[in-house]
Write a protein that binds this ligand. Sequence first.
Ligand SMILES: *Cc1c(COP(=O)(O)O)cnc(C)c1O
Length: 439
Amino acid sequence: MKYYSTNRQSPEVSLREAVMRGLAPDGGLYMPGELPSIPKAFFNNISSMSLSDIAFIVADRMLGSDINSSVLRRIVAETFSFDIPLVQIDDNVYSLELFHGPTGAFKDIGARFLARVISHYSGQAPGQKVKVLVATSGDSGAAVAAGFHGVPGIETYILYPSGGLSRAQISALSLPGRSVTPIEVLGTFDDCQRLVKQAFIDSSLRREVAITSANSINIARLLPQMCYFFHGYASLLAHGERQDASPSGSPVVFSIPSGNLGNLTAGLMSMQMGLPVSRFIVANNVNNVTVDYLHEGVLKPRRAIPTVAKAMDVGNPSNITRILDLFAGSHAAITRVVDGYTVSDRDIKGTISLSHLSSGYLLDPHSAAALCALRSRLSPGEKGIFLATAHPAKSARVVAEATGEKVPPVFEPTSRRHNAPPHARISGSYDALRRLIVN
Ligand SMILES: *Cc1c(COP(=O)(O)O)cnc(C)c1O
């Protein structure tokens, strides 16, 4: 399959090139040239299928012409090596727990898949390691470090700002061996991003080593996220819910705690491939650029402000261009299937507290935002699934304040981190980074 840029000012490319480039040369995001439909028959026995079987079938429809089936089956199995349970919260509401991966957030899934796809392509040019560069201001670094650690054919360099990460976030980057090199940059996150950009435009460096990025806009991070929408639907049927229970067809509504809109994009692509979904709800925190767009029809990016759902503190959602592209730019077409709701920090803490009191179910702030939006928007007869995107232990302080309950630390430093090499440390100068990469 060919991949095109949403800006349509650069040539269509193969999957390999779209993955290795990350961003298209014209600054657009890559999209698959078509969304192959999934045969109706698939949905008749989907409820008895395993996560990895469903994920393989979806991935094979998308990528089967680019990656050999047996390789793809292995990549999918290694990516989805943990459970994604659907937990019933009440009669009509379910939690899709995407946080059982190594770093406790759904970003593990995209990172694990991307690492293995890059490794697959690097194996086609034996003897040469691909160097992956990524700048992080927090959690995405942990998912990338864990997802790329020990994957053959790849060396990963993670740049983070000195003083910008919590102790747990820094320790999550410390892994044994040499395949992941954390680099503390004496500067800001912007300096880290500038250094990475400089490496990509350094043509003499690119002649010496193969470099690529694990940036969140990479199409190979998005594709595996489609799989869990199909899996969530299958699990709902397995819970005994009927797919024809509503006159409009499917009663299924997904509520998505949103920042850069990767999950919403994956959900909408799944729907266009034939997943029986009735609609989506976007939950924003007070950085509600997307919700404002849905209500007003105008996109007004602005500076983000901090909230308790940090990973959703986004003022200019990158994947909105992909969503506009999916609907040919039509606001009316988008709002037919996407509804939006804004959740304040108070709503988030109230939802965590109420859920704990009424059922003992612990929510992290991002998942709580999605549940809060779902409760306020779900109509009678609908069945709602909200994406639980992070483990409550990752926001232990907020959860403890809202519930009075201490959440045991699941992702704290472990003993295996003791034999991790110390982090490299560089000033904001590009030469120092270049030397690290070349050696
Ligand atoms: C990144 C993140 C989000 C936002 O997801 P998008 O796909 O960028 O909209 C929500 N919750 C958590 C825990 C995250 O890490």
